[in-house]
Ligand binder design. Structure first.
Ligand SMILES: [Zn+2]
Length: 323
């Protein structure tokens, strides 16, 4: 997915990733890392990324090189560190005897112990740089700008840092059918989707009760994901927007079946799960989860709730974190 950062910054990040020392994970040497810690300034593999995530964003803010939207500051911080070799020359300056750097196939415990010692406790720095008070002594140097920008966001940083994402959800808002009339003869509908703390909004389609959007949005899925909420509104220029119905979307059938199958690319097209229509949900008919061309997708038609009429078609796609 291409997001709104300027091409020149994207280019810089890509060039940095292609440098020889960044072709292997900074922590375990696994080839072709696709993740990065934006505040530490290293490129890492999926397994090490999992450990970094567990440390919280106040220690390591992990981003996908290909999927996430990077701010200018984050890219600048990566550039300033200069990649894995120069980061490791600081963070692994003095690895004591008896400590072995994990390899690509290391177990979780060895990997996790090493990464925590390396970044959280900073045990392998040059003696003159080691932590005295528990505050990072590197803060005055290259990592400052990125770290400061996380701090300024809010006092709840610590809790936010603990949110673990288990995957990404691509939502395609396809179309609405027979939506309710909110102006004199028609409505100007748009859709809002929310999951956890994230909200996305489609464009407004003017004077149309059967709007076609075909717009795609990407949401991160937290570990405790709950339901995705969908609301349709009528855009009003002169007063507040009127609601035109809503629906709760159960993600469990998609996510549990996707996780059970793991790498969907290994399987041919097949049905792997189903969200059943019931009196308690908004489904117009059972919604199946399918592997299609190596991707896990779920189509659904929803009857909008708390409104006189209206249906909405969506397509969901599960994207695991290792892409
Ligand atoms: Zn690694």
């Amino acid at each position: 997915m291409e997001l709104g950062r300027p091409a020149s910054s994207r280019r810089k990040l890509k060039d940095l990733l292609l440098k020889k020392d960044n072709r292997n994970c900074a922590d375990c040497n696994a080839p072709d890392p696709k993740w990065a810690s934006a505040n530490i300034g290293v490129f890492i593999c999926l397994k090490c990324c999992g450990v970094h995530r567990s440390l919280g964003t106040h220690i390591s803010k992990v981003l996908s090189v290909t999927l996430d939207d990077w701010s200018e500051d984050e890219i600048d911080a990566m550039m300033e560190v200069g990649g894995n070799a120069s980061a490791n020359s600081i963070y692994e300056a003095y690895i004591p005897e008896g400590v072995t750097k994990p390899g690509p196939d290391a177990g979780h415990e060895q990997r996790s112990n090493f990464i925590r010692s390396k970044y959280e406790f900073q045990e392998f720095l040059k003696p003159s740089l080691r932590i005295i008070s528990g505050k990072s002594s590197l803060e005055s140097s290259s990592t400052k700008s990125a770290k400061d920008s996380f701090r300024s966001t809010s006092g709840t940083e610590r809790q936010e840092g603990m949110v673990e994402f288990i995957g990404l959800l691509k939502v395609k808002v396809i179309k609405g059918t027979n939506l309710a009339i909110r102006d004199i003869k028609s409505s100007d509908p748009y859709v809002i989707l929310s999951l956890g703390q994230q909200t996305v909004q489609t464009s407004v389609v003017s004077s149309n009760l059967n709007p076609v959007w075909n717009e795609e949005y990407m949401l991160s899925v937290p570990e405790h994901y709950g339901q995705m909420k969908l609301k349709v509104f009528d855009h009003d220029t002169f007063s507040s927007d009127d609601i035109m119905g809503e629906a709760d979307i159960d993600l469990q059938s998609l996510i549990t079946s996707a996780m059970a199958f793991g790498d969907a690319g290994m399987f041919g097209d097949m049905q792997i799960g189903k969200w059943l229509k019931s009196d308690d949900n908004a489904l117009l008919e059972d919604s199946t989860v399918n592997i299609i061309d190596g991707k896990v997708k779920q189509m659904m038609s929803l009857k909008l709730q708390n409104v006189e009429s209206g249906e909405l078609d969506l397509e969901l796609e599960w994207i695991p974190l290792d892409q």
